[in-house]
Design a protein around this ligand. Structure first.
Ligand SMILES: Cc1cc2nc3c(=O)[nH]c(=O)nc-3n(C[C@H](O)[C@H](O)[C@H](O)COP(=O)(O)O)c2cc1C
Ligand code: SF4
Ligand code: SF4
Ligand code: FES
Length: 594
């Protein structure tokens, strides 16, 4: 049936949890009541990326992009836009750039290049036919019947694709090692653990385009000589799991998984394995142990999984985003891919852009895009007109990057030079109100809690490091603590068994590097410049500036501000809970923080 118009409704987790499902139902109802069901197709798609403004729908062919759509808007969209061709102006997102008519022209999308996310927000993730209509499974066919295993790896090698799970190892090399390892049985594993708090790109890719990962895993299986694949995914991702399960069944039904795929004689199948959401289970050796039904604890490498992996057999293990790149590389060629990005880092990177930023969401940019372009052009700058302070990349294994490095083109090497890492792609923007010492403490607390406890440098070192930072944020630090932090960090880096312990000190090391002043202010002056560390902050009102407008007193949640109208007010510091509301609301600069 040929439809005249299409309504793409985002069914990513963010939009679905924001009445997205009800919106879909209402749109469906409205189409029927207007008698449009034969002409307009309603399609549930994956995430459009602009989650901040969800629920989002897009209408084709005119590409109208509606944001923050309520189920109650469905009738108007049907009767005005679909029937009369008059877009509902109040739902169109134009941002600052009033001239943008198509979604792609919005500032949020203009500098993006959606390769990994090519099908997210475009196709129905539950429909294998829609995936096939967008060149789906053509790369598998090409690998099986045209390229063969060696040339498939050659194309990957030419592309320069590096692992997106954190370490940035060349994907082709990994596949080659596994291909060369001699064994009757081999495995392909997809790491969908996504342990970095604040990151959700792997989940969104699986929710929006599950077949791209299945296709890539099957290509990997054929290339290295494996017959079975596992997707290790955390149980907290129910929508991604449901879509994956459905995609696996559809692929089996079409002969794209199972025995004798496309009549090639090659057989491969994929199963899902659920993880309980422990950060250490994202580490590849711990992940393999967890799939085998053992406790997720790392073991020393080498031997690497490529040689001795799942059940002791050679195993390719790649991240979701790494896999999602593969079909496109085979279709367009390794040379095409290698032209995107920088000298050392090819292709694009998906980031989960969050924190104090106007347009938070899921973005994909070519490697080499600068932090400034990401934060200001795509992210729309800092919330509430506050000043940018730093951006945290790489999650618990990464660090913060201050304003003077905003023009750094991001790639694996540049981020590392700044003392941070690419990691899986979490990117948290911080403003002047964020305390860098508290940020380091937050990540350290996370890694201490997530340490599996197997080795002492991580188990004991992490806890000791955390205690030092905790003391500093309470105003009980000493300058000698800085040396202790450096020594402990080095010991953990050198002696920990796995990446968790080896990198746990990175956040604090990067604060020492870029924000040492702030750290010493906590220690020497017993002050927290951003006012976050409650033990080090006191709020008071300057009598000569206070005009007695009563705004602070009305906003104080514990009613500890007293004073008559038009007379200076006073804070009872014994009852003050240091929430900072009075400081934020005072328009006369009378409330001070010190
Ligand atoms: C503590 C720890 C947690 C990790 N968590 C993840 C994760 O959640 N997802 C992921 O893909 N890789 C994670 N990694 C990296 C994996 O061990 C591995 O390098 C990666 O899955 C390899 O795939 P790639 O080459 O495609 O990046 C983690 C590593 C460490 C040390
Ligand atoms: S470094 Fe930490 S997480 Fe890794 S094995 Fe040692 S104790 Fe476990
Ligand atoms: S900081 Fe919060 S609790 Fe304290 S006086 Fe101001 S508004 Fe009240
Ligand atoms: S979940 Fe809808 S735009 Fe991201």
């Amino acid at each position: 049936m040929a439809y005249k118009q299409y309504i793409l409704v985002c069914s990513g987790t963010a939009c679905e949890s924001n009445k997205g499902n009800a919106l879909y139902q209402e749109l469906n109802r409205a189409l029927h009541s207007e008698g449009l069901q034969e002409d307009v197709q309603l399609v549930k798609t994956g995430c459009f990326g602009f989650c901040e403004k969800g629920p989002i729908i897009k209408i084709l062919p005119d590409e109208t992009f509606y944001v923050q759509v309520d189920p109650d808007d469905a009738k108007e969209i049907a009767s005005e836009h679909l029937v009369k061709g008059r877009p509902v102006e109040r739902l169109i997102y134009r941002g600052e750039d009033q001239s943008a008519e198509r979604a792609e022209d919005l500032p949020f999308y203009r500098k993006q290049l959606r390769l990994v996310l090519r099908n997210c927000g475009v196709i129905d993730p539950d429909s294998i036919d829609e995936y096939i209509a967008r060149e789906g499974y053509a790369a598998l066919e090409k690998a099986l019947f045209e390229l063969g295993a060696d040339r498939t790896i050659d194309e990957l090698m030419k592309s320069g694709l590096r692992g997106r799970g954190g370490a940035g190892f060349l994907t082709a090399k990994k596949w080659l090692f596994t291909r060369k390892a001699e064994s009757e049985e081999k495995y392909v594993v997809c790491n969908a653990d996504e342990g970095d708090p604040g990151a959700y790109m792997d989940r969104s890719t699986l929710e929006g385009d599950p077949h791209s990962v299945l296709e890539a895993m099957t290509i990997a299986g054929y290339t290295v000589g494996a017959q079975r694949g596992y997707i290790y995914i955390r149980a907290e991702y129910p929508l991604a799991i449901e879509r994956l399960q459905n995609a696996i069944e559809q692929a089996r039904g079409y002969g794209l998984l199972g025995e004798d795929i496309l009549g090639s004689g090659f057989g491969f199948d994929i199963e899902i394995r659920l993880g309980a959401g422990a950060f250490v289970c994202g580490e590849e050796t711990a992940l393999l142990a967890s799939i085998e039904g053992r406790r997720g604890m790392p073991v020393p490498r080498p031997p690497f999984p490529a040689v001795k992996g799942l059940w002791g057999k050679p195993t390719v293990i790649n991240n979701v985003e790494t896999f999602a790149n593969v079909p496109l590389i085979l279709l367009r060629g390794g040379d095409w891919f290698s032209k995107i990005g920088t000298e050392t880092s090819k292709g694009t990177k998906v980031f989960a852009l969050t924190g104090k930023i106007n347009n938070s969401g899921l973005i994909e940019v070519p490697m080499g895009t600068t932090l400034r372009e990401i934060i200001y052009d795509i992210g729309g700058g800092i919330k509430d007109g506050r000043a940018f302070k730093a951006v945290q990349t790489g999650g618990p294994s990464g660090g913060v990057i201050p304003a003077d490095h905003l023009d750094t083109p991001i790639d694996y090497e540049n981020l590392q030079k700044l003392g941070s890492i690419m990691g899986s792609g979490g990117m948290i923007v911080m403003d002047e109100d964020d305390c860098m010492v508290s940020v380091a403490k937050f990540y350290l607390e996370f890694t201490v809690e997530e340490s599996c406890g197997k080795c002492a440098p991580c188990r004991v070192g992490g806890r000791t490091l955390f205690n030092i930072l905790d003391r500093i944020t309470r105003g009980e630090g000493e300058m000698a603590d800085l040396k202790k932090i450096r020594d402990l960090s080095q010991a953990m880096r050198r002696a920990s068994l796995c990446g968790l312990g080896q990198t746990a000190s990175n956040p604090v090391a990067s604060i020492l590097r870029h924000f040492e002043d702030e750290l010493t202010a906590h220690i020497k002056k017993k002050k927290c410049p951003s006012g976050k560390c409650k033990d080090l902050v006191q709020y008071y009102i300057l009598p000569d500036k206070c005009i007695g407008c009563t705004l602070c007193a009305r906003h104080c949640p514990v009613n500890c501000i007293s004073g008559e109208r038009q007379k200076p007010h006073v804070i009872d510091i014994n009852r003050c809970i240091k929430c900072g509301e009075c400081y934020k609301v005072c328009k006369f600069g009378a409330v001070m923080r010190g």
